[in-house]
Design a protein around this ligand. Structure first.
Ligand SMILES: [Zn+2]
Length: 414
């Protein structure tokens, strides 16, 4: 069994649309109230407020603010948990102090279990029912359908969406028995060990001129320092920019899926390097600021992180093996794939030419071959280690398990 996420477009009627917006605002206000609560309790009284303190004060909160009653208690808990996530990230130094969110930027809310919503669908269109709101027509198609678990309602670019997680048995084509090494980069998005290069599609670069043109108008229409507030025309310009950007995002996602499918359909062993993307795309404060930010943009335009995770889950679903190799250990870009001789290259050297054995090929292809060879050795020695997951800060599922455990222990008489 696997958990998959599927997004449907919602088509609410006028009354439902108004209510959805109202609920989104209520959730946003709750989010901000929770941030404020934690902030002031700590500043004034030196007290740390945790998730359970806030969750347990929700019933009393609802007695005071009656409009929150129709939202469903589990949905409110999920919003409180979002605040907790933000603080957890801050405590782990992964992000800054949680900010208050404006309702324009606030995306939506989540139903954690079957309470408060239900869906009539076999994975292809249908209806979504939210309690105290009614039935909404939905459109969308799932590749694999099963038991719906959670539902997130989102508002994006003027449209409503429902993003469901579904527990299902994914059906995926058989992969071939091939093995491949992959090197991700900026000049070529992907270079594989068979010598194939996939160009960086540069979707953002193609759209950048358009964005700049609209964004220029957009910037002029608002100036908080001079007291020029957001006007209707400013909002219109902002929507236009958002529209182009999300179109770029969709194009990129489509391309990533296609590339990933192509790679997975012929290979059951995929080797690649573990990349520190955050380090690679860090801002430069030194001299070559512009060059670095241009390089960052073209790295991000490929969407390497997402592309890698798509390849990972697709090949795992098909019963194959995905291996990430530490670059410090193997040094794929410095090693000769033919004889193993190591020599440093500058970034400008696009070709691998070995001094020792005279082997010549593309630089990225050479790196991919080195990684594949190493992965084959690992597979033979069965040294494959799962790459560590980055999120471990008390997810909603873990929390649910904890709650069930507690309830069981309370139910059992000592
Ligand atoms: Zn060599």
């Amino acid at each position: 069994m696997a958990i998959k996420r599927i997004t449907f477009r919602l088509y609410p009627n006028k009354a439902q649309n108004d209510k959805l917006h109202y609920w989104k605002k209520l959730h946003c206000l709750l989010y901000n109230a929770c941030v404020y609560h934690r902030k002031t309790e700590y500043k004034k009284f030196g007290k740390n407020v945790n998730y359970f303190d806030q969750q347990n004060s929700l019933p009393a909160f609802k007695e005071c603010w009656h409009e929150y009653k129709e939202l469903g208690s589990h949905a409110l808990q999920a919003t409180v948990k979002r605040v907790d996530f933000a603080f957890q990230r801050f405590f782990k130094l992964k992000s800054g102090y949680p900010k208050f969110k404006s309702s324009r930027r606030y995306k939506g809310w989540t139903y954690l279990d079957k309470a408060g919503w239900s869906i009539e669908s076999n994975g292809h269109h249908g209806f979504l029912s939210l309690s105290n709101l009614g039935k909404i027509k939905i459109r969308g198609k799932a590749r694999d359908w099963g038991v719906p678990k959670t539902c997130t309602v989102m508002f994006k670019q003027g449209k409503w969406y429902a993003s469901l997680t579904v527990e299902c048995n994914p059906t995926r084509y058989q992969t071939d028995t091939g093995a491949i090494g992959l090197d991700f980069g900026t000049f070529q998005a992907v270079a594989d060990s068979n010598g194939n290069l996939i160009e960086n599609p540069r979707f953002l670069k193609a759209a950048q001129e358009k964005i700049n043109k609209v964004a220029k108008k957009f910037r002029r229409k608002r100036n908080p320092k001079k007291g020029v507030k957001a006007s209707r025309r400013w909002r219109k310009a902002a929507r236009k920019v958002g529209k182009i950007q999300s179109s770029v995002g969709r194009k990129r996602q489509d391309w990533q899926h296609k590339v990933a499918v192509e790679i997975v359909s012929c290979n059951s062993l995929i080797a690649t390097e573990r990349l520190n993307l955050k380090g690679m795309t860090r801002k430069s404060i030194g001299k070559r600021k512009k060059q670095k930010s241009g390089l960052n943009r073209s790295i991000l335009d490929v969407g390497i992180g997402n592309l890698k995770s798509l390849i990972n889950y697709k090949v795992t679903e098909a019963g194959g093996l995905y291996i990430e190799i530490s670059t410090q250990k193997v040094k794929p870009s410095q090693t000769c794939p033919n004889c193993g001789h190591q020599e440093k290259k500058t970034l400008a050297e696009r070709e691998h030419h070995c001094e020792k054995c005279g082997y010549r090929c593309d630089r990225d292809v050479a790196a991919a071959i080195v990684m594949l060879n190493y992965a084959r050795g690992m597979e033979r020695a069965s040294l494959v280690v799962e790459s560590p997951s980055s999120t471990s800060c008390g997810s909603m599922r873990q929390l649910g398990a904890l709650r069930r455990q507690k309830r069981q222990s309370q139910a059992q008489p000592d």
